[in-house]
Design a protein around this ligand. Structure first.
Ligand code: LLP
Length: 437
């Protein structure tokens, strides 16, 4: 994160706090979130998109809570003027408990339960992103029962093959999300929402995937969605004037640098949309975006303590050094699941020892429990050392598990030399308490 430095002792400081102090006060493993970094990034994206679309109907940024959500994050997002994207009743509950204004919340999900829809409508969420034809009837019926109108966006599948890991690409045809453009479901859905007595059609939504670096996918997706806007204008005489292009902006895991600035990204996308709208003789709609990873990811590092260090002979001159840490795939499953390329550094001290290539692994009972595949660490790394894996703010805590009955680590915010616990460490009692049989 941006506020990381090394002090005179050779230890890393983040947000003005020495990592050794964090380890002492809250233990390891721990997620250490640089509050200023998170908030700076949130505001930068909000401002960049607002600015890029200012000549038109403006643009808003909804923070995608699935990347990482807790009460403090909800309050920051509100104070910093972003909306919030939630995709389950649980995420909605976190947002509402922290006092987030419901009209700034978008509810997603390919299989929302009736209870989730009811809770969202009762709370007054600003938009429900409808994902299937039968959900149109479901949301309409719940709205009718509650005697209100629901603002709906329709999630459209654009058929874009995003260049990312197949598990996190979402707009190609053969997957579960959205209403197909080419199959005609999307147009049919627009017709049905316009006819539904308790629904207002707010606009169209598209999300092509996650961890995407080039704007080519957004260009194709926008062209196809705007094509539908034009078709609806021509065939149904209705103007759709809001578009949500989802999230998905990528981050680098092995360097702490974001490949493009929020401004260049927003300007690039605005240019694409202006051109396409011009070609279709459409006014540029009001835009919204839902970045999660790019805001949360770089703000956080996971602090681990080193345990066993093992030099494994592989035959001939070959060997590999395995450095085990006190967490692993239960706090960061992304290496095992998506082949993510994290890095790692010695943070509790500096060292003049020659660097050697090591593999950083966890404490779980399987060999795929790898945190960092190949990394240079000083050759004298040993039990008790503190090491950090940067850029773990997105989809690490939110994907965390209790595999092998390992309690989940805490998330602490650091800022101006102070440590504040946002989510406390899970305890063995927390886990044993669930076991009531
Ligand atoms: N909007 C929608 C509708 C989404 O489905 C997602 C992510 C986002 C926004 C935010 O995408 P982001 O800006 O964070 O890339 N667990 C995977 C990522 C799954 C993303 C799911 N949807 C990972 O760890 O890479």
């Amino acid at each position: 994160s941006r506020n990381t430095t090394r002090n005179a002792d050779g230890a890393v400081e983040v947000g003005g706090v020495d990592v050794r102090r964090i380890a002492e006060e809250v233990g390891t493993p721990a997620f250490v979130l640089d509050e200023d970094d998170f908030r700076h990034r949130a505001r930068s994206f909000r401002d960049a998109f607002a600015e890029a679309f200012r000549p038109h109907r403006g643009a808003e940024v909804y923070y995608a809570g699935k990347a990482f959500l807790c009460g403090a994050v909800v309050r920051w997002v509100q104070e910093d003027g972003l909306g919030l994207d939630v995709c389950t009743g649980g995420e909605l509950a976190v947002a509402l408990r922290a006092g987030f204004p419901a009209e700034r919340i978008a509810l997603h999900g390919n299989n929302k339960s009736e209870a989730e829809i009811r809770r969202a409508l009762e709370a007054g969420v600003g938009r429900i992103v409808i994902d299937s034809l039968d959900e149109i009837d479901l949301v309409d019926a719940v709205a009718a029962e509650l005697g209100l109108r629901a603002s709906a966006m329709l999630r459209v599948t654009t058929g874009v093959e995003a260049h990312t890991h197949e598990f996190i690409a979402t707009a190609h045809e053969d997957q579960k999300f959205g209403l197909s453009l080419t199959g005609g479901a999307a147009f049919e859905a627009v017709r049905r929402v316009l006819d539904a007595p308790h629904l207002d059609l707010l606009g169209l939504h598209s999300h092509i995937g996650s961890q995407i670096f080039d704007t080519g996918g957004f260009e194709v997706a926008a062209r196809r969605v705007l094509g539908l806007v034009a078709q609806v204008r021509d065939e149904l005489g209705h103007t759709i004037n809001q578009l949500d292009l989802g999230g998905g902006f990528g981050v680098m895991y092995n360097t702490q640098h974001t490949p493009s600035t929020p401004e260049s990204l927003a300007d690039g996308i605005a240019g694409i949309i202006e051109k396409q709208c011009h070609e279709l003789d459409l006014e540029v709609p009001h835009l919204s975006f839902e970045p999660g990873r790019v805001i949360a990811g770089p703000s956080t590092q996971t602090l681990y303590s080193v345990g066993t260090v093992k030099d494994v002979r592989l035959g001939g001159p070959h060997h590999r050094v395995y450095v085990s840490v006190d967490g692993g795939m239960s706090d960061n499953v992304r290496t095992a699941l998506y082949d993510a390329d994290y890095s790692c550094l010695l943070t509790g001290r500096s060292s003049d020892a020659l660097p050697e290539v090591v593999r950083v692994v966890g404490k779980h009972c399987e060999s795929g429990d790898i945190v960092v595949k190949d990394e240079y660490l000083p050759g004298d790394v040993a039990r008790g050392d503190l090491i950090s894996v940067p850029v773990t703010g997105a989809y690490c805590y939110s994907l965390a598990s209790n595999y092998n009955h390992v309690p989940r680590p805490p998330v602490v915010a650091v800022r101006d030399g102070e440590i504040r616990t946002l989510i406390r460490r899970e305890t063995e009692e927390d886990l044993l308490g669930l076991d009531v049989g």
